[in-house]
Every structure is written in C-alpha cells, then in structure tokens.
Design a binder for this molecule. Structure first.
Ligand code: URA
Length: 235
C-alpha cells in the first residue's frame, strides 16, 4: 500500500499529523537511507524502510490485542469521563482501535481490540451466530430445569425469545457456578437470561468468542498481541 509519509508516521503513533509534518521538514525522517523532507512523499508500506529520529518505524495496517478486561472499565474507544478498554493498550500504535463487541462495565474477560472492521463484522454479525462462552457466579440454585429452559430459549422481555443456549452447571448451591454459551449479543443478555429464571448474576467473565479463547495467564487488565495461530483461525 502507498501512503503519504506524514500519514504513515501518524498512523504508527509517532505524533499528530502536524507534529510529524514538522519532524519530516526538520529532516528527522529517512526513507531507505535518504532523508525525506516532504510530508506528502509516498511510501510503500511493504517495501520501504522508514526511520524516525534514527529508529525504525515499521508499518502495521492492523493491530490485534487480546485483553482480559477488568471490572470498572467501559467497552469503548474513548470517553470524556470513564476509563476505556482501549486506554489499557499502552503499546498500541494506531489511533483507530476499538473493542470487538461490548462487555458490561462490571464484566471481566476476553475482549478483542483491533482496527480490523471486517473481522469485527464477522464476529459480531447477528446472522453469524458466533458462540460466546461465559463463566458466571449466580445467586441461587441453578437447576436442570434452568438448563432445559435455556436450551429452548427464554423470554427476556423482547419481541423474540433468546436463541437456544447451552447452560452447564459447574457447582450448585446458594451461589451456583455455571458456564453459558450464547449465540447472540443482546444487551445485558446473560444477566437478563438469569433474571428471567429468577436469579441474579453476581460475577461474569467471558471465556471465548468464536474460536478465540481467553489466555488465562492474563490477569484482569493485562493484554497481549494475538499470536500467529490465533490470527490464522480468525483472519
Ligand atoms: N451478558 C451480560 O449480561 N453482560 C455482559 O457483559 C456480556 C453478556
């Protein structure tokens, strides 16, 4: 891909467009060993070697991060008041990153952060019914009857019932532990499904989204780039 030098550097997080323009005019940028002072100079993102203040600035069209979302952070790219999941990705280069789907502020777990809109569409499109797997702690005794109800779909106060979901009871008691697989992404869906059977979700964590599983070595708030195997199955 061919890009203007100032856009290339701004995309790679080297500064705002006007900051990098100034730096280019000052002679701080080299392309293939030659100082280039024209911000409009066209760079080949695959072929050309760009140095900014002596450091290599490699171009990445897409970035992909797996975040273990902590509670207390909202699933957004930016917000005037609240801390957002994208703010947690300190090593990000690009400014156009967004979370693929939303988890509630108090939900933890797997969140993919990228700027790849086509991938996000494949994972989120309601027509694709991508599996989302959650671990939950629930107030009340989750029963076999709940498993059957969830398997048929439940009324959460919308025009349509939920699609059949797989509920697996891990532990039952005054507080039950479950794994739930849903194939939609309705607002507060897991919490509302349990409300529909008279129970309250106390803790919620997403474990999987389609073929992508949360790396359990990531503590809440930690992230890493996707590895090549994960990229191969997703992209
Ligand atoms: N369902 C919910 O209720 N909350 C989430 O964050 C995700 C799914």
């Amino acid at each position: 891909m061919k890009l203007r030098l100032d856009k290339y550097l701004a995309d790679m997080g080297q500064g705002t467009r006007s900051e990098v323009k100034k730096a280019i005019r000052k002679g701080l940028v080299q392309v293939n060993g030659r100082t280039v002072r024209e911000p409009e100079y066209k760079v080949d993102t695959e072929e050309d070697q760009v140095l900014f203040a002596g450091r290599q600035a490699e171009y990445e069209e897409y970035e992909y991060y797996m975040l273990n979302k902590p509670a207390g952070v909202i699933s957004a790219s930016e917000d005037a008041r609240e801390r957002c999941v994208v703010d947690l990705i300190e090593s990000r280069k690009r400014k156009d990153l967004f979370p693929v789907g939303r988890l509630d502020k108090d939900t933890e777990g797997l969140l993919l952060i990228t700027n790849d809109g086509a991938l996000a569409h494949r994972l989120l499109s309601p027509k694709k019914h991508v599996d989302k797997v959650y671990y939950a702690r629930v107030q009340g005794r989750v029963t076999q009857e709940d498993v059957e109800l969830f398997g048929q779909g439940v009324d959460i106060g919308e025009e349509k019932q939920t699609l059949p979901a797989d509920l697996c009871i891990l532990e039952t008691g005054d507080i039950s532990k479950v794994e739930l697989t849903i194939r939609e992404g309705r607002f507060h869906q897991v919490k509302r499904m349990f409300q529909a059977v008279g129970k309250e979700v106390l803790y919620l964590k997403r474990l999987r989204m389609g073929p992508l599983a949360l790396d359990e070595s990531l503590e809440p708030g930690q992230y890493r780039t996707l590895n090549t195997q994960e990229l191969d199955i997703l992209c």
